[in-house]
Write a protein that binds this ligand. Structure first.
Ligand code: ADP
Ligand code: MG
Length: 630
């Protein structure tokens, strides 16, 4: 009906237009002829709805989404979704919301019929999930619908049947308050689109995903999903943490880091997953803005960026975050499926999200049970030669382990790394810092296995450190810090400068990033065509193959250039990877000690710049369990 009026209106307008601009043609036959000749015509209501349906309804999951949104907007506390054959044959969404009377039920299926907005200004102030008034009309135009609804204050409901957009019948039914919509044979009258649907399994997976999204967005509501009469979800009202565990798996709950942020009128809350929940593929990232799940690359990247010291490109942390903003700050009417929004001030929001997540990560990722950073121990116990005794301090280093030493005095420039190693080893022995628990039983508390892993005994666990990853993390953070400061790191002069002959393109690339090399403590000097003279290297670089390291850094930097990180990040990561202690390098006890101490002074000791873990914490509890002691 609505469409007919509209049609009429356009026609009148056309007449007026013709009369005023073609004064000589005042008879109707001209207009008629023009209409006949015209290639442009107004579409029938049904065809227009079908076309609109193409935007709103792409697959069974879109129907589920629209119907669930309506149920939530109708303040339902319980929503039941039933599907058959991946939703291709049947989709039913039942809610206990406020319901509709017969008039409203009929109106609801008209195009542009909505109870949610009335004036253009209302678009600025949307608090409901729906507002476009086109979902039901679109769905009904491409399927067979039965809609039953009963208002809270009514004894009797109505049942409306519509096939392909044409009303078949309306009759009274007896039912409880709420709305039950059944959509059968989706796209039965648009065979091309029906053919386009994927296998029932694929469509089913999309529906599960859709229901999961709502379940995460509204943990306080009860949701059930049945597929071919089998229960898939049955979720009772709960809080977000429990809901996450319910829809993913129980182990998620232990790995969640709470996020909370407030900035003026914006607030953010929810959870990000710890490093264990980082996946190689995306899909477990949920950002709700004013309760609407939105797909927003920029805001997702704000979260990734907070994770970036620990997570590499192509790795996706888990998150469920809820951003709340005054409705005027966003425009939700930019996408027919309402999955995208525009922000009035997107960069401000970006930084707000990134900071809130960074803060949450900082506070939480440092905490490995029973492990504290040495700098957090107020009076670091030093090895005193005391014997035995179970350590009682809950802190990181029990007394039988030599504690964090004051940092080494900066090495003298002329000292060669090998000389330094020997010096360190000697100093350690002279100080009596031998990591023995007591003189007689000689239990070593820190040792290297397979020239690869360092085992450290701590109060209630054994930690295992990947020596390369750990050193990488240390060098990485140090490099990043250096790049952000004005002064360069001290280099260590080589007794015999090394000359490095490069391919012209390598030489050019080295030229581009020479400044960063210098800041790290390298001293490089162009020496003839395509040759560099290495005169000094960073003091904490491990390798004594200086030329090789410079080349390796260059190669790694070249590869990394395509990542989303900036120059300094890529350089720091390349340097860290190539200058670090390698797997296979034997380490002296003092070197191990130094490594462990430094690792725990970094910002993110638990992962190398590639996001791989640096530390595994094997608790006594776990060992006891494995040996069936408990
Ligand atoms: P929109 O949600 O954008 O308003 P729809 O076509 O999805 O448009 O729905 C049209 C109208 O029908 C809604 O505005 C609402 O008043 C009514 N309606 C739809 N579904 C329900 C429901 N489950 N319970 C109560 N009212 C509903
Ligand atoms: Mg709707």
């Amino acid at each position: 009906m609505f469409r007919k009026n509209y049609h009429f209106g356009v026609y009148n307008f056309f007449q007026m237009f013709s009369f005023s601009f073609w004064p000589g043609n005042t008879n109707f036959s001209f207009l008629k002829r023009r209409k006949e000749l015209s290639r442009i015509r107004i579409l029938s209501e049904q065809l227009a709805n079908k076309i609109a349906a193409g935007e709103v309804v792409q697959r069974p999951a879109s129907v589920v989404k629209e119907l669930m949104e309506n149920a939530i907007d109708a303040a339902a506390s319980e929503i039941l979704v039933l599907i058959e054959n991946g939703g291709k044959d049947v989709i039913r969404v039942l809610d206990n919301g406020e319901g509709m009377d017969e008039d409203d039920l009929l109106l609801a299926f008209e195009q542009h019929a909505t109870s949610k907005i009335a004036l253009a200004d209302d678009l600025e102030n949307i608090r409901t999930l729906g507002f476009r008034g086109e979902a039901l009309a679109s769905i009904a135009s491409v399927s067979m619908v039965e809609a039953r609804s009963c208002r809270q204050d009514s004894e009797e409901g109505s049942c409306l049947t519509i096939n392909g957009g044409e009303i078949q019948k309306v009759e009274p039914v007896s039912m409880k308050a709420g709305t039950h919509i059944t959509v059968r044979n989706l796209f039965y009258n648009t065979p091309a689109r029906r053919k386009f649907l994927k296998s029932p399994n694929t469509e089913y997976a999309h529906i599960v995903d859709t229901v999961r999204r709502f379940a995460l967005g509204f943990p306080g509501l009860q949701f059930s999903l049945y597929s071919n009469e089998t229960e898939i979800f049955s979720l009772s009202p709960s809080d977000l943490k429990k809901r996450i565990a319910d829809v993913f798996s129980g182990h998620y709950a232990q790995k969640l880091i709470p996020v909370e942020g407030m900035d003026g009128t914006a607030s953010l809350e929810g959870f990000v997953g710890g490093l264990d929940l980082v996946r190689k593929k995306g899909g477990e990232q949920y950002l709700f803005v004013n309760d609407r799940l939105v797909n927003d690359r920029l805001m997702n990247s704000a979260v990734y960026s907070a994770f970036s010291p620990m997570v590499d490109k192509g790795e996706y942390p888990f998150f469920v975050l809820k951003l709340t903003l005054p409705p005027q700050e966003i425009d939700v009417n930019v996408h027919p499926q309402k999955t995208e929004i525009k922000y009035r001030n997107e960069w401000q929001i970006y930084h707000f999200i990134r900071n809130a997540v960074s803060l949450a990560l900082k506070d939480n990722l440092r905490v490995v049970p029973s492990f504290r950073r040495p700098d957090a121990v107020p009076t670091a116990p030093r090895y005193t030669g005391r014997t035995g005794g179970a350590p009682t301090a809950p802190g990181l280093f029990p007394e039988h382990i030599p504690a964090a030493r004051p940092p080494e005095p900066a090495s003298l420039p002329e000292e060669h790394p090998l000389t330094r190693r020997i010096r360190q080893f000697n100093t350690m022995q002279m100080n009596g810092d031998v990591p023995f628990q007591n003189g007689r039983t000689s239990v070593v508390s820190m040792w290297q296995a397979h020239n690869k892993y360092i085992f450290v005994q701590i109060a209630s666990a054994v930690i295992i450190i990947d020596q390369h990853a750990a050193h990488e993390r240390i060098l990485f953070e140090k490099a990043l810090k250096t790049f952000s400061e004005s002064s360069a790191q001290n280099g260590q002069q080589l007794l015999f400068p090394v000359s490095l002959e490069l391919a012209p393109d390598d030489f050019a690339l080295l030229g581009e990033i020479l400044d960063m090399f210098k800041k790290l403590g390298f001293s490089l000097r162009a020496f003839g065509k395509n040759t560099m003279l290495i005169e000094a290297v960073p003091a904490d670089m491990h390798s004594i193959q200086e030329g090789r390291v410079v080349l390796d850094i260059l190669d790694s930097y070249r590869e990394r250039r395509t990542t989303r990180h900036d120059k300094t990040y890529n350089m720091a990561a390349s340097y860290a990877c190539k200058a670090a202690i390698k797997t296979g390098d034997p380490l002296e006890p003092a070197e191990m000690q130094n490594l462990v101490d430094q690792l725990f002074q970094t910002e993110s000791p638990y992962a190398c710049p590639h996001g791989r873990p640096t530390i595994i914490n094997l608790t006594l509890e776990e060992l006891d369990k494995r040996f069936k002691r408990t």
